[in-house]
Design a protein around this ligand. Structure first.
Ligand code: 0O2
Length: 204
């Protein structure tokens, strides 16, 4: 048990570092451009139960070594942005930081999952400076818009972790809801673009 506790502490430190980085980016952008791309963010550390479930789901033995080697989203940050352009902007800013190594990018916005899930996932690694050594800790960063998050959060409750087979029409309806939400997202984006243009015209 102590072994799991010690393991999770490193992930907590990594999350503290990533949160600080994101707060700095957001505050600086607010200062320079008077624009705040991050609506809100949330960090979480997977519970030992959830780590064990995921190891089991993937067919690995439940050991601390396997958790470290096989599960890259023990530490997770979810960043919610206003528009999809902000999602990619934040992604680029994080990726460009010198001490950040991007291990993997999954772009479920360019290519949504078949169920309709949209989000940009990054697995990054950052150094955590402990008393006697430096450890590289992976963190999963999920970046998505408010609209994408609305769907994903509810789908997570309704369906995502439901192991048994469920009626096909529920899946179908969730996909339809995802498509509707995606089109609303685009509409709000277009309205914002038009408003920006209008503002610029007024300034000249
Ligand atoms: P939880 O409870 O949210 O933490 P990999 O980690 O790469 O070996 P995985 O887990 O399929 O394989 O990677 P992926 O696709 O990047 O998914 C990682 C996380 O994204 C999931 O973590 C979910 O949080 C979220 N996610 C992925 N697909 C969906 C989806 O269809 N619906 C919703 N609502 N969320 C999704 P966990 O550990 O599976 O779950």
């Amino acid at each position: 048990m102590r072994e799991w506790g010690k393991l999770l502490l490193n992930y907590k430190f990594a999350l503290d570092e990533v949160s600080t980085k994101l707060n700095i980016l957001n505050e600086e952008l607010q200062f320079i451009q008077n624009y705040n791309p991050i609506e809100h963010m949330k960090t979480r550390i997977k519970t030992p139960e959830s780590i064990r479930d995921k190891l089991q789901r993937k067919g690995y033995a439940i050991t601390v070594e396997n958790a470290v080697a096989r599960i890259q989203d023990i530490a997770g940050v979810r960043i919610i942005c206003s528009f999809s352009t902000d999602v990619y902007r934040i992604c680029e800013m994080i990726s460009n930081q010198q001490d950040v190594t991007v291990l993997e990018v999954k772009d479920y916005i360019a290519k949504p999952k078949p169920n309709g899930y949209q989000s940009l996932h990054l697995i990054i690694e950052i150094p955590v400076f402990l008393t006697d050594r430096i450890v590289q800790v992976p963190v999963e960063i999920q970046i998505r818009t408010i609209a994408m998050d609305f769907w994903a959060s509810l789908e997570h409750k309704i369906y995502y972790k439901f192991d048994a087979r469920v009626p096909g029409d529920i899946g179908h309806q969730l996909k339809e809801a995802a498509d509707l939400i995606a089109s609303l997202d685009e509409r709000m984006f277009a309205l914002n673009e038009r408003m920006q243009e209008y503002r610029l015209e007024q300034e000249v």
